[in-house]
Design a protein around this ligand. Sequence first.
Ligand SMILES: [Zn+2]
Length: 188
Amino acid sequence: MSEPLRSCCVCRFKGTKANFVHIVKSPDGIAAIDIHNKLQGRGTYLCFDPVCLETAEKSGNISRALKNAQIPENFWNDLRNIIATRDVNPDFTRAKILTLIGLARRSKSLIIGTDNIKQDSGKKLLVMFANNASESVKSFAQNFRDNFQLDATIEELSNSIGIASSVQIIALINNSGFAKKIKSLLHK
Ligand SMILES: [Zn+2]
């Protein structure tokens, strides 16, 4: 049986409950962190990416998602502590990177396949390949200073991009928002 998917109120990353902090609006209208997953009421989810926490703090996403819940004084510090000391879910980084790749594809900023990558090879690229890509694709990737093997098969990579044909290798412009985000996730 599969667990229902939640989504981050900032980045829209989708995953099971273990990837998120649950925040609810208490009956008196105050935002509360639902550490033990027991609180009732209108709720929202924030993923474990510290960038999402920063964004939420600046943007007011959480208060809005909770219909103008009041944010108590220690809320952001408590949230920071929870995210900093969390038990890292090993699937989180992997799932988040695949989600970012899917979003990059939808925003038309993903470069797919060796031919397209060759055409853009004058630009600085972040090149990523499936863990079961062919040897020739893997050695092609070595031509780029920023390249790494994804923790995903050709099939998983193709699925996250949402195309039926098998994708072995992809790239992003190295200083794009998506590339920066992926690199910040990897350096943890
Ligand atoms: Zn997020």
